[in-house]
Design a protein. Structure first.
Length: 163
């Protein structure tokens, strides 16, 4: 009996191993792309939360301005804060705060796809606090729909007594 012992790996076995390895690598590349897209979305959400919290802090520190936070902001910096600051009324400070906040939104979300708004609802009495609705809206790359961008928003409601 003449037995032949096969040694080594045949070319067919190598090709099968290469195909299996290639399919695995394509799966990893797809997973990497999804991870990058999701991390970009998460960063934008964190920015929206941070910016909404920023204007909420400004509202809490300037409670007497009330409805001025929901009015149209000034067209430029009034210098209410900073090194060469001037004395501003609570309403002027509120408009300046909203202007600065919108400048921060424009820098954080390039491409002009983001806007920030503040809604105001006054309290029914001196003891009832006023309610502010802070909203940051932006457009994010669409995942599965036929649209190029999907609208996203973060909304925060706070209550602050007017004093």
């Amino acid at each position: 009996m003449n037995r032949r012992h096969a040694r080594g790996v045949t070319i067919v076995e190598m090709l099968v191993a290469f195909v299996v390895l290639s399919i695995g690598m394509l799966g990893l590349a797809g997973l990497f792309a999804v991870t990058l897209r999701s991390s970009g979305n998460a960063i934008q959400r964190v920015l929206a939360v941070d910016l909404a919290s920023d204007i909420a802090d400004r509202i809490r520190s300037n409670r007497r301005a009330g409805e001025a936070y929901s009015a149209d902001p000034v067209a430029a910096d009034d210098k209410c804060v900073g090194e060469s600051s001037v004395t501003c009324s609570p309403e002027e400070m509120a408009k300046n705060d909203v202007w600065l906040w919108r400048q921060q939104i424009a820098q954080a979300f390039p491409g002009g796809t983001a806007i920030g708004t503040v809604g105001y609802s006054g309290g029914s009495s001196r003891l009832a606090p006023s309610t502010y609705t802070i909203q940051v809206s932006w457009k994010d790359r669409a995942r599965n729909s036929g649209e190029l961008y999907e609208p996203q928003e973060y909304r925060l409601e706070i209550q602050a007594p007017a004093y």
